[in-house]
Each structure stands twice: as C-alpha cells, then as structure tokens.
Design a binder for this molecule. Sequence first.
Ligand code: HEM
Length: 422
Amino acid sequence: MPIPAEHAARVADPAAYADGSIYETYRWLRANDPLGHVEAEGYDPFRVVTRHADIMEISRQPELFHNGPQPILNTRVGIRKSQELSGGKPTVLSLIQMDPPMHGQYRGLTSAWFQPGNLKSLEPRIRELARASVERMAATGGRCDFVNEIALHYPLQVIMEIMGLPEEDEPFMLKLTQEMFGVNDPDLNEKGTGAYAIQDEEQELDMSTLWKMMEYFNKLTAERRANPTDDLSSIIANATIDGEPLDPLGSMGYYIITATAGHDTTSSSTGGGMWALAEHPEEFAKLKADPALLGLFIDEAIRWTTPVKHFMRQAQADAEIGGHSIAKDDWLMLCYAAASRDEAVFDDPDVFRADRKPNRHIAFGYGAHLCLGQYLARMEMRILFEELLPRLDWVELDGDPAMSKATFVNGPKRLPIRFGMR
Ligand code: HEM
C-alpha cells in the first residue's frame, strides 16, 4: 500500500520543505510507515526512509545499497532529459554518484586533507575571514539580513580559500552553486531549469551552469598541473589512480562537489543557528554565559537545520531493514531531516537546545559516504561564532524569515535580524 496521497505529495513538493509541513509528514511516517512506498505524480516510485536506525543500517551497507546512478530525487522527465543529453552516461561523476570499489579509490585521494590535523593549518586564515564577516555585520548598524549579508558569503570565501581560487571569482561561484542547488526556488534560481528543476515535458533542460563550471575547472586543472601549490585543487589536478591521472569527468566531479557541497550546507546551518538564537533568548543567554557550550550549539544548529534533506540509494538485492522487506531495485530516499527529529533518539526533538548532549544526529550522513567536509564545516562555524558571540549583546527577529523551496538542500533564504553589538 502506498503512503496517503497527502504525505506523498509533500515528500516531493519543494514548498513543503519551505513551510515546514514536511516535518508533520516525517512524524506520521516514522510512526506509521517508516519505509513507506511513495507514488507521486511525475516521479518513479520510491521508498521514503524516515527512522534514524534504518537510515544508519542502509548507509553502513554500500555494497548492497548503491548511490548510483541517481543519488538525488528527480522527476522522471528530468532524469530522461539529462540522460538524453549525455548519451546515457552521467554528466557529472562525483563521490556522491560513486559506489565500491571506485568510490573508495576516489575518496582516498583527499580524505587525509579533510582530517582535523591538516585543517588546523587553515585556522588563522579562516579566522581572518570570520573577523571580516563580523566587522561587516557590525557595520550594518544593528539590522541586517543575516543570511544574504553574512551567512551566504563566509562559507563560500572558505571554499575559495581551500581551493585556491581568486576572490574576484566569488560572485561567479555563488551564482553557479545557487543555480545548481537552489533548483526549485525561483528566488534563488532565476532560470529554474537546472537538471533537478524539470517538472514537465515543455521545459527545456538548461545545462549552461554545468558547462560554465566545466570550462572554469578545466582551466584550473591545466594551471595546477603546470604550477602545483598546497591547495585542494592541486591535489585533485595531480591525483592519480593506478598510476593514471583522473580523467576530466572524474576531476570535474571532484571540483564540483567540493565547490558546491560545502557552501549552501554550511551557510544554511549557520543561518539556522542564528535564527534559533534570535527566537530563543534563553538559549542565547546560555551560550553567552558559558562559551564552552559552543561545540554543542554548533551541532544542535546542524541537527536543527539538517540542510541536506535526502540522498537516494538503490537496493542491489532483496533485503530487510528494521523488519521491513526491500526488493531489489527499490529506490530509497534517506531522509536525514526526519532522522534528526526521531523521538527514539532525541528528547524533545522539536525543541532547539543550545546545550543538547548527547546529540547523535546524522545530518552529515553515515557510513562510506559520511560527509568528507564535516570537520571543516564544524570548524568554520565554530570560528565564526567564536568571533561573533563575545561582541553580540542581544539578537531578535526583525520581520519574517523564510526557508528556501527545495527537496534536496534547503535552509533559510532570508533572515532579518536586529541586534546589539559592541
Ligand atoms: C553543515 C554543513 C554540511 C552538511 C550538513 C553536509 C552534509 C552532507 C551529507 C548528508 C552528505 C552525504 C552523506 C551520506 O550519503 O552518507 C555529504 C557528503 C559530502 N560532503 Fe558534506 N555537508 C556539509 C559541509 C560540507 C563541506 C564544508 C564540504 C567540503 C568543502 C563537504 C563535502 C562533502 C563531500 C565531498 C561529500 C561526499 C562524500 C562521499 O560521497 O564520499 N560537505 N555532506
């Protein structure tokens, strides 16, 4: 039996992620049908996985549950049009599309670079960027749209830094990531025709964003092969597998995932944390009174926002998860944001607690594909709030905030605040 039509429509509707009604659906699904069958108009049938334990059990079996070929929910026509365009091959091949054994080989190329020990050397430069953001906030005179004026730029500056890209390319990169990921929201994607925004046969698939990225990164590969530095781009450009350099599809996928995965996700979590502080002065007071709580606050902001709403997996054989049977080829939507509010794991899951402990959220995923940038994301958020909190006396909402419309990565797109700063 498929899940009720009302819930199925919400799971596939970007607007339900913006108005928060998706959380009612998640609650119903966890309680009544944790691996429910979804039949939603325009989509191939899929299963919606909403319990924390089930998502972990699936994620820890990458041989049985593959990411490829379609790791993000897309409409039937969107999938077909992308395939036609690329002659049946993937247009981007990044870690997210890969499965064993290729995935391990590619992930191994940069996993040491993303470890805390290596990231430490970046801390002074990231702190400079954080200080400049805090100065910019102070210069607004006590009112700003925290997302558009602060949270959106800082993680992008960090990405530009780790990839060794010039500051003047920042607007270009911001536009590209928003067009690729802000896919269903007309405020964030003027054209609304990226690979994940095709809803019907009449819409033309516009791959110009992707082509622009490819041109940009091909040039970067050539530059870093000629003159390697110590940045992440040089590692990707000069990486080899079995003695051979990565082909353009492989290196392109790497650049694109690093440039895009670490941006909207971190800015959404930063904005989500600030939104919660502005709405809950008592949580803000806790943090001010005890700065040692900062690490807990960062993880609560990430749990609370869970910007990556899902990734898909495809069963390679019949299986059983949490007492429910899964058939070979079933397409599974792992709903991280549903896991983040699972009553079986979190006390008062719908309450924001700056000092939540333990906090076993899986907003970074779990298992073989666990977010490669998790330490970097936590570090840059920590540094920003370390610089900001001692100067921030109070903060409150100054109008209506709004969330973006997207079923994949979503978070605050507008956050008007008023604040006192020294
Ligand atoms: C709060 C911020 C972030 C969140 C919530 C987040 C979340 C996620 C999630 C849910 C996954 C998929 C995990 C899975 O399938 O099990 C992922 C993968 C990934 N993330 Fe993040 N991410 C964040 C920041 C970053 C940053 C800063 C970077 C790097 C600059 C990054 C790079 C990646 C990469 C490369 C992957 C693919 C890993 C793989 O498939 O092996 N992420 N992230």
